[in-house]
Design a protein around this ligand. Sequence first.
Ligand SMILES: C[S@@+](CC[C@H](N)C(=O)[O-])C[C@H]1O[C@@H](n2cnc3c(N)ncnc32)[C@H](O)[C@@H]1O
Length: 295
Amino acid sequence: MDEAEAHFDSGECNLAMHLLASGLEELRKEMSKSAWQRYVSEVRQHNALKTTLLCPFVSHAFSRPFGYPGDATLIDHIYGYVKPVLTGLPQSLYAYMTGASAPRSVRFRRHLLAHYVDKVLHERDIDANILSVGSGHLRELDVSRVISQVRPRRFLALDQDANSLAEVERCFMPFGVSTERRNIKDVIAGRLTYNNLDLVYAGGLYDYLPIKAARSLTLCLFSMLAPGGTLFVTNFLSDIPDAGFMEAAMDWWLIYREESEMLALLSGIAESNIALIQQYRDPDNNITFLEVRRR
Ligand SMILES: C[S@@+](CC[C@H](N)C(=O)[O-])C[C@H]1O[C@@H](n2cnc3c(N)ncnc32)[C@H](O)[C@@H]1O
C-alpha cells in the first residue's frame, strides 16, 4: 500500500494500480473470507485506496448512487456510454480501470447477448418472443445487427430499477421493446410468469443472486420457454484476478460461481426436457456462459 501510494505521488499511476491489484489478489487468495473482510475494512483507510476514488468508475461503484451494487449506469462506464471529462491522475485511473480484464469480459458478454438476440430474430423473425432479465439499459441492442430490421412480437426488458427501464424505453421502444419493472422475487414466487419464450437471458444478474434464488429463478425461466427455446445465463468465475481490487477499493462484492455450480442450477429440470447444454468462457477467462435449450 505504501509503495503504491509512493507511485501515485510520483505520477506512476499504472505501476501503482498494478501493484494494488496484484497485491490485493494475492492477499484475497491467501486469507480466509472473514480475515479478508476484516482486512478490507481496515485497508480502506489507506491513502493508496482513497486515491483510487478519484476515478469516477471506482467512486460510482463505491458510493452506489442508486442504492444497490452494479447498476446500469456503472456498467455504462464499461461500455463507453459515460464519457467523463478528466485530466491527470483521474484520467489515468479511469483508463486503467475501464481497460482492466473484468470490464473487457463485460464488453465481450454484451456482444454475446446481441448474438443470441440476433440468432432468434433470424430464426423466428417477427414471431420472436424474447425476455431479458436484469436488463439494465439493454445496451446489447445497440450492437444487434437485426433489431432494426425485425420488430419482434415481444421483447420484454425486466429490471428492478425504474431509471434503467426509462432509458430502455427512450432508446428501444421504437424497436418494439417493452419494459417490466419487477424484482425477480416476483418471478420466483410465481406472481409474474410468461410462456412460449424463444429466448430468455440474464447477463450480469446471477452475479448478485444467492444460490437459492439463482436455482429457483433458473427453474422458473426454463419453464417459460417454448419447445426449442433457449435460456442463456452468465456469471463471473471464482477467483478472477480483479476481484480483490473490486471488493477492497470499490466495495463491489459479486457472487462468483464455478462452471460446475452453474450446471448444478439445472438439477431440478428433468433431463428429458433438455435438448442441449453448452458452457464456455470469454477469452479472458472471467465469465462463464451457460446455454440450455428446451426439447
Ligand atoms: C450488472 S447489471 C447488468 C445489466 C445488463 N444486463 C448488462 O448486461 O449490461 C445487473 C442488473 O440487474 C438488475 N437486478 C439486480 N438484482 C435484481 C433483482 N433482484 N430483480 C430485478 N433486477 C435485478 C439491476 O437493477 C441491474 O440493472
